[in-house]
Design a protein around this ligand. Structure first.
Ligand code: 1PR
Length: 578
């Protein structure tokens, strides 16, 4: 596929980003580590049609001791002993690719043969008769039913996060998932259980109504959730599949609701790693106070709080629901050549089996050789290196300004629209970097104001939040409310809502800002900036309808572990994955 070719041209030589060079500005190139080849437990055939991140599926298979064989011809499908089909992207384009490559009938035949098959996410949906997505498209027609968009009123869509299952029959596939445990979902469309597909339903999930979470008939299985993003529990599901432990038994199953009241979609806790090169050229995790990341002493260096891959692994072990990497100098670096973020993603995805977001520098750019790259190509390179979502900062502000200037025209040409169209809305996060602006009267600005409980320095009773670009260096005449609503209209799937005033202050999240934006959009909002203790997480979840809360400093400085935040949420009855 063209996209895969475009992304592979970005693949920089492998450098050891964990090791620091001896002199300023240089990056030490360390030879590849020699690979120790363990005996393979067997070969797994992987149907990857190049439309998104399946690196974690590969990594999970390899971690479990199996080798991966990619499908390059239709014959290889029927020749497979075990086939994994991690569907990514939109339903219509996935079916188009399968048709173009002559894979539709081989897939149907393979599933009919009863050999082990595992579909993931879109790989489950494609088994159904068809989908409303992409204007109505025919699927593989193996399971009766149509895939439709979540449609309950006031539901936040996409359904992103960790949710509990209602298991309908006993299968070895889910044997290691205790009732009440959560798995990671990310999707806007779903199939529903119906009398015609009852014999296929292994588990359902509730989000604005019951939908199909897993199906199984003998050795043909599929999950709407992502095992490869569901931590150790999810990797265990792949293990059961790969080792052939999927037998169904007639034993009774225990419903999740029978083991407690903490069921349903959890509020997420996200660890954020602001990454940049320090003055020695080492790639470090840093952290600012109101975005100033330099030590306070004279000639202060960039604050160094650790190594990106190591810290991501630590937070995964502590129970982070997601990890975000923000390349904070991406607006001025050439994102794919100057900063080895691709390598950070590749390494992290080898051990971190929860969703990874990467931001910084998602924009069109031209390198020093005059070669131009589109934001879609930058995003493609990140996805193929292991990112599940990209976060767009400065470019989103320019896109929103142009959107309002045109009177709300969507012509499909912007970074947000193009990445959303190719990879799905759930893969596009908008990172907003706003600063509070006080006004005595709302008529003094065209941007949406709130009456604030913390009046300004001159007693101003109202405020709005001014969006910035270039890491907070330049303010623009557009508010966080206006940016968020424009981004939802253009196809973004999630808002990462920072606050420069609160960043690194440890005083808690800005509830007025988070409330304003969460109420304005129906896509998930991640509250960010200001967390100083576990109570700040429960406070923002109680005060607003945000879906997730993100923190950096308290985790990096070791003041609070993610597990402590989760334990506190549980004690306060805030749904959480522990
Ligand atoms: O504009 O698309 O290249 O993206 C640049 C990205 O880098 C944006 O997502 C922007 O938020 C981020 N960024 C740029 N400069 C800084 C900086 O700190 N100087 N960091 C920066 C943003 C803010 C948060 C932080 C929370 C939580 N960091 O993500 O992690 O405020 O911190 P806390 O818990 O310690 O309070 P583009």
């Amino acid at each position: 596929m063209a996209m895969a070719a475009a992304s592979s041209s970005f693949l920089a030589p492998r450098t050891d980003v964990l090791a620091g060079p001896a002199r300023r500005g240089a990056r030490r190139v360390v030879p590849r580590r020699p690979l120790t080849v363990a005996a393979s437990k067997g070969e797994v055939t992987l149907l990857d049609y190049g439309a998104g991140n399946v690196r974690s599926v590969r990594n999970a298979i390899i971690k479990l001791g199996f080798t991966v064989k990619d499908v390059t011809t239709a014959d290889e499908i029927m020749a497979a002993d075990r086939l994994i089909f991690p569907g990514v992207g939109a339903y219509g384009s996935a079916m188009d690719i399968l048709k173009q490559r002559g894979l539709v009938d081989p897939l149907r035949e393979y599933c009919a043969s009863g050999k082990p098959f595992m579909g993931v996410c879109l790989g489950l949906q494609l088994l159904f008769d068809g989908s409303e997505e992409s204007g109505g498209v025919e699927g593989l027609g193996i399971i009766p039913g149509t895939v439709r968009k979540f449609d309950a009123p006031d539901l936040i869509v996409p359904h992103i996060g960790w949710n509990t299952l209602d298991v309908k029959k006993n299968s070895g596939l889910l044997a290691d998932v205790p009732p009440g445990d959560r798995l990671y979902f990310v999707h806007s469309f779903r199939a529903t259980p119906e009398p015609t597909n009852e014999d296929w339903i292994l588990a359902t999930c509730d989000y604005g109504g019951e939908f199909v979470a897993a199906v199984q008939k003998d050795e043909v299985c599929a999950c709407q959730f992502h095992p490869e993003k569901s931590g150790a529990r999810g990797v265990g599901i792949f293990k059961n599949f790969l080792e052939g432990n999927v037998k169904e038994t007639a034993d009774a199953v225990v419903k999740s609701s029978a083991v407690g009241t903490d069921v349903g979609l959890a509020r997420r806790v996200i660890a954020c790693l602001d990454v940049r090169s320090n003055d020695n050229g080492d790639l470090v995790v840093t952290k600012g106070d109101s975005y100033d990341v330099r030590e306070k002493d004279e000639g202060g260096d960039v604050r160094n709080l650790g190594k990106p891959v190591e810290l991501a692994g630590k937070y995964y072990e502590q129970g982070a629901d997601e990890v975000a990497f923000l390349n904070i100098t991406g607006y001025r670096d050439l994102p794919l050549t100057d900063a080895p973020m691709l390598e950070v993603l590749r390494r992290s995805s080898e051990t971190v089996f929860v969703p990874l977001t990467v931001g910084g520098g998602i924009r069109d750019f031209t390198d020093s050789n005059g070669k131009s790259y589109t934001s879609l190509e930058v995003a493609s390179a990140y996805f193929s290196s292991g990112a599940d979502k990209v976060s767009i900062g400065s470019d989103a502000v320019y896109v929103a300004e142009a959107y309002y200037a045109s009177g709300g025209v969507k012509d499909g040409s912007t970074s947000v629209e193009q990445i959303s169209e190719r990879y799905g809305a759930q893969a596009v996060v908008i990172s907003i970097d706003p600063r509070r602006v006080y006004v005595a009267d709302p008529s003094l600005t065209k941007n949406k104001c709130v009456a604030t409980s913390a009046p300004g320095p001159n007693g101003e009773g109202f405020c709005w939040w001014q969006c910035t670009v270039k890491g907070g260096r330049e303010g623009r005449d557009i508010g966080a409310y206006e940016l968020a609503t424009a981004m939802e209209a253009l196809g973004a799937g999630e808002i990462l809502l920072n606050c420069i005033d609160e960043d690194g202050q440890g005083n808690g999240f800005d509830h007025e800002l988070v409330g304003l934006v969460s109420d304005a959009v129906s896509i998930p909002v991640i509250a960010s900036s200001g967390a100083g203790c576990p109570e700040h997480f429960t406070d923002v979840f109680e005060a607003t309808s945000c879906s997730a809360a993100l923190a950096a400093g308290i985790f990096h400085r070791g003041e609070v572990a993610i597990s402590e935040v989760k334990a506190h949420m549980k004690s306060e009855n805030v749904p959480t994955r522990v």
